[in-house]
Design a protein around this ligand. Structure first.
Ligand code: SF4
Ligand code: MG
Length: 323
């Protein structure tokens, strides 16, 4: 079988109003030809600084935000062109976990009702069978069945994220987009949630698109990585080789800016060099050229395409133009 998820040439432009007292519109090219693949039961990391398009990629691939162009195929089915009925079936198989689990939980609703809602809406279970499914889901994420009768505010951040994960699991998905799922949690709690996600990946044959700015977390959790910079993929490959010997100058900078990754103590990435990038007015040519120590004339004029650099590895950089 082919890959579970194939994203090809995804593009998305937002128009925003900015400025006071005279408002003007500006165009943000959030995604510019983003392509990647996710295998069955594989965890693909998407890394990059804030504003690089990581979250937009997830939202557009899930059709929570319309795409301008490109293609998304899930299990060989066209997602962006799917009918409402086909999309309903696809939604059962593709779910999302957010950084802030509170955003996915109604504060006035008991946990049992929140977890039961997708099961009810999709006509999967009701009554005693539904309550039993909810108890199973809670057990699977390490919470007692009694949690069903309580409200979101009665739980810690880590417990709320477990509830968010249980909700994403309710419909038995094959793929979960996890958008910075541990970034808001204490380091010790991060490690617990990552262990839970890893055990779920194995037990349920779940695939993940794991979005993070944190190299340590991605290195620990993912098998392959896609690195994004200002709406474009700049490098992708298996996690070990990619971090041991990064090809793209941006990935190299990410690596030296991030302390030695320790799975028990994930650390936030910091980039000490250069200006933080803005998706509002990205530089011409290679978007990375103002921060790149290897930039040359061609980089300022021409955007480098993503090319295969070694088996399973791709890089978008003029330094690798000659085969
Ligand atoms: Fe640096 Fe040029 Fe490669 Fe961009 S294309 S990363 S500016 S060397
Ligand atoms: Mg984000």
């Amino acid at each position: 079988a082919g890959p579970l998820l194939e994203v090809e040439g995804l593009s998305k432009t937002f128009t925003i109003r900015r400025g006071f007292p005279v408002a003007r519109t500006a165009t943000v090219r959030a995604l510019d030809g983003v392509s990647f693949r996710v295998g069955r039961a594989e965890a693909l990391g998407i890394v990059g600084e804030s504003g690089c398009g990581k979250s937009t990629t997830a939202r557009v691939a899930l059709r929570l935000t319309p795409a301008d162009g490109g293609a998304v195929r899930f299990d060989e089915q066209d997602v962006l062109g799917a009918s409402a009925g086909a999309m309903r079936a696809l939604r059962r198989r593709m779910q999302i976990v957010f950084q802030d689990p509170a955003s996915a939980l109604d504060p006035r609703q008991r946990i049992g009702a929140s977890l039961g809602e997708p099961l009810r809406v999709h006509g999967i279970a009701r009554g005693a069978a539904l309550r039993a499914r909810v108890a199973d889901l809670l057990g699977e994420v390490g919470l007692p069945a009694s949690a069903a009768g309580r409200f979101p505010h009665e739980f810690s951040g880590g417990q709320r994220q477990r509830i968010g994960i249980a909700r994403a699991l309710a419909l038995g998905p094959d793929l979960i987009f996890a958008d910075e799922p541990v970034s808001a949690l204490d380091v010790s709690v991060q490690a617990q949630i990552l262990r839970l996600l890893e055990s779920l990946r194995q037990a349920r044959n779940l695939a993940f698109v794991f979005i993070s700015h944190d190299l340590g977390v991605v290195r620990h959790f993912c098998q392959r990585v896609t690195v994004m910079y200002l709406g474009r993929v700049v490098e992708s490959g298996p996690v070990g080789p990619l971090f041991e010997e990064p090809l793209h100058p941006y990935t190299q900078l990410l690596k030296v800016s991030s302390p030695v990754p320790d799975p028990e103590r994930p650390v936030a990435m910091t980039l000490q060099e250069g200006e933080p990038p803005s998706p509002l007015s990205p530089p011409a040519g290679c978007h990375f050229h103002p921060r790149c120590p290897h930039a040359f004339d061609r980089c300022r004029a021409e955007a480098p395409p993503l090319r295969e650099a070694a088996p399973g590895r791709a890089v978008a950089c003029h330094l690798y133009a000659q085969a």
